[in-house]
Design a protein around this ligand. Structure first.
Ligand code: SF4
Length: 344
């Protein structure tokens, strides 16, 4: 059986013609998918015979929310059970500018960033584009709201699942689908240099966020093993290429860890590393993960770090307002754990 939510309107049209059906049915089916229906019975304007036929070829319920954890700030972490019983997490957040979905792109992650819970059990498999869409559909169903921003920052390295991630972005921006603005989609990567260049060539208007976390090569390697494969100089060249192709400002994510990368010297080194780039820095006081001994710096040091970047180097900098840290939904805290682990 195939995942119906991974079909585009065009691929559906072809499949229906092969089945001897009229092409206009593709539009009808696609509209139901986008409405987030989870059964073929709900597709009321299709003849019963077609609904039955679809039910034999496709499944629709690719993602089922099994648990929800609500934060005091309105953030909701959702456990999604996939068709093969794998479990992923997604997070619903409310900001001034609307509803944001943080979605996963893989079951777990193999990148082994030392501060991240998503990688603790390795990576089981890539998600299909339809399973990324499914996280949004289910989120909309449960909250009765419309998602207008998406961050691909849940478990997984999206550029390690390049084909399905790109398909997801195109589906999410499809005018007859969710119709999201590409500018409202942020893709976060630990720094896969060839894929960043490949993405640049697509010339999409999405926001690229680079998980940088340290301005010095040897120290970054301790935090992020991928840095051994793609060094900082190559990563910065890929970022320049991305900007040149897309004219989009790149965000550098910088998790502040007390005693590791939070000193004045690090702020200066960071500024020198990204000087002259069309860039923004997002400082993220690290969220503790119980298996790791990382702590966020004191708030005066966080403010000082920001001030150095802004006042001395004129680099646009924000401190991320963390949502959902009381339910382990904040950055670096997502994991592919089963429900029993969460409850225990
Ligand atoms: S930070 Fe991202 S790339 Fe690194 S291990 Fe976690 S999910 Fe993977």
């Amino acid at each position: 059986m195939k995942d119906l939510r991974s079909e585009t309107q065009d691929s559906l049209k072809e499949a229906l013609i092969d089945l001897g059906e009229k092409a206009f049915r593709a539009k009808q089916i696609y509209e139901w998918i986008v409405k987030g229906v989870t059964s073929f019975e709900e597709m009321k304007n299709l003849p019963l015979s077609l609904r039955e036929q679809l039910g034999k070829l496709y499944y629709l319920d690719n993602v089922k929310i099994s648990e929800q954890f609500k934060s005091e700030d309105g953030t909701i972490k959702m456990l999604n059970v996939l068709k093969d019983d794998e479990v992923i997490e997604s997070v619903y957040m409310t900001y001034k500018h609307g509803q944001t979905a943080c979605i996963s792109s893989q079951v777990g992650c193999k990148m082994k960033c030392s501060f991240c819970a998503s990688t603790l059990n390795g990576m089981s498999r890539n998600l299909l584009a339809g399973e990324m869409m499914g996280q949004i559909y289910e989120m909309q169903n449960i909250t009765n709201t419309r998602i207008n921003h998406v961050v691909i920052m849940g478990s997984g390295e999206p550029l390690d699942n390049y084909v399905e991630t790109l398909k997801f972005i195109k589906m999410a921006c499809d005018e007859s689908g969710l119709n999201l603005s590409a500018r409202n989609i942020t893709l976060s990567t630990c720094g896969l240099v060839p894929e960043i260049k490949r993405l640049a060539d697509e010339q999409l208007q999405i926001t690229l966020a680079i998980s940088l976390h340290h301005p010095m090569q040897s120290e970054r390697e301790k935090l992020m093993p991928i840095a051994k494969k793609y060094n900082l100089d190559d990563l910065m060249s890929a970022v320049d290429y991305y900007t040149e192709k897309t004219h989009r400002r790149v965000t550098f994510e910088y998790a502040l860890i007390e005693g590791f990368n939070d000193k004045d010297e690090h702020a200066h080194a960071l500024a020198k590393r990204i000087k002259g780039k069309l860039a923004h820095v997002n400082l993220i006081p690290i969220n503790s993960v119980k298996e790791k001994e990382y702590y966020a710096p004191k708030s005066h040091q966080i403010k000082r770090f920001k001030q150095i970047l802004e006042d001395k180097y004129k680099i646009s900098t924000t401190i991320r307002r963390e949502l959902g840290s009381d339910i382990n939904a904040a950055c670096g805290q997502l994991r592919n754990q089963h429900i029993s682990d969460v409850i225990s």
